[in-house]
Design a protein around this ligand. Structure first.
Ligand SMILES: [Zn+2]
Ligand SMILES: [Zn+2]
Length: 329
């Protein structure tokens, strides 16, 4: 099967005659000027001219003497008579974008698109400004003298209770110990399914004053839901019930953990100890500014005596005291 071949077009640069045929009109019929191969172009889709019984003999060669384009099987230049053959370079082939069928009327691009883009940029600018302000608030600090006016501590122990919880999961991943009470069909994921294909046509330069058309197709897909079984189940879990808290002022008496009573068993309603936490707080006043609190490790907290003075870094905007670096005054 031979695919149809069409004439490239060219415009005469000397007399301005337009839409001359690349294969059949090697000279301008108006002024006689030879065709220049680099002036060839693909005609619009609705003006293409088919070449009947075209036999491809090779890409055209450019005459070294007069730059005229000659068929690859020519022995002498049709413009100047010089020998054609070894050493003559081939015509540079045109590149083309996918061909569009002649559009009935171009749909005007909606203008609001530009406006919404502006809003996005404004939003980004506002977010950036907020981030800069936040950064300044956090990182802009000055060294100031502070006085420790008080010390306090707090220690807490979480108490957990074993109770029945209602949960749900995909039926293939219900944890061990889960008692399934119900099932339902739900969408778990999506699957890509081939739904057809989109094709486009491209002009391909043969290099001898003609071109052919090639079609490329790519598959299109649609998303399809994938269903699976969701299980409702009951399971016994340790859950946070309350916190037992002990707290005090000053370093003496020494901080201690709260007295905690738990059952220690492992059936429903039983209690056990959970995570522990402790904080050691300093009350401070900043010279020339207000009061603040900060937390320090217990070892540091214990060494500090009431009314001792330190140099510390203080937030210029927040007035928050950074107690991680206290230098005795
Ligand atoms: Zn001409
Ligand atoms: Zn020539």
């Amino acid at each position: 099967m031979t695919e149809p071949v069409y004439e490239m077009f060219w415009d005469c640069p000397y007399c301005g005659t337009k839409e001359l045929l690349g294969l059949t009109q090697r000279f301008c019929p108006t002024c006689g000027a030879p065709q220049q191969a680099d002036k060839r172009y693909f005609p619009p889709e609705d003006q293409k001219v088919a070449v009947a019984d075209h036999r491809f003999v090779g890409t055209d060669l450019i005459c070294q003497n007069c730059q005229g384009a000659n068929s690859a099987n020519a022995s002498h230049c049709t413009s100047c008579g010089a020998t054609i053959g070894d050493g003559d370079r081939e015509v540079v082939k045109r590149e083309d974008q996918p061909v569009r069928a002649p559009a009935p009327a171009a749909t005007p691009t909606p203008a609001p698109a530009k406006k919404s883009k502006l809003w996005i940029w404004l939003l980004v600018a506002a977010l950036l400004a907020l981030m800069v302000l936040g950064g300044v608030a956090i990182f802009w600090k000055q060294e100031k003298a502070i006085t420790v006016t008080g010390q306090s501590w707090q220690r807490s122990v979480a108490i957990e209770v074993l109770q029945t919880a209602s949960e749900s999961a995909w039926c293939d991943s219900v944890p061990s110990g889960g008692r399934v009470t119900g099932r339902s069909r739900e969408q778990r994921s999506t699957r890509r399914v081939e739904s057809g294909q989109t094709c486009s046509t491209r002009n391909v330069d043969n290099g001898d004053g003609t071109y052919r058309q090639e079609q490329t197709c790519t598959p299109t897909y649609r998303e399809e839901p994938v269903l699976d079984d969701k299980c409702q189940y009951q399971i016994d879990r340790w859950a946070h019930q309350r916190d037992a808290v002990a707290q005090g002022q000053g370093v003496s008496p020494a901080p201690s953990w709260p007295a905690v009573q738990v059952t220690g068993c492992a059936s429903l309603g039983c209690t056990r100890q959970g995570a522990r936490s402790e904080t050691y707080t300093l009350n401070v006043t900043v010279d020339g500014a207000g009061a603040d609190t900060c937390t320090v490790p217990q070892a540091r907290w214990q060494q500090i005596t009431p009314n001792s003075r330190f140099k510390a870094r203080v937030g210029v905007l927040t007035h928050h005291v950074d107690c991680s670096n206290l230098t005795p005054l």
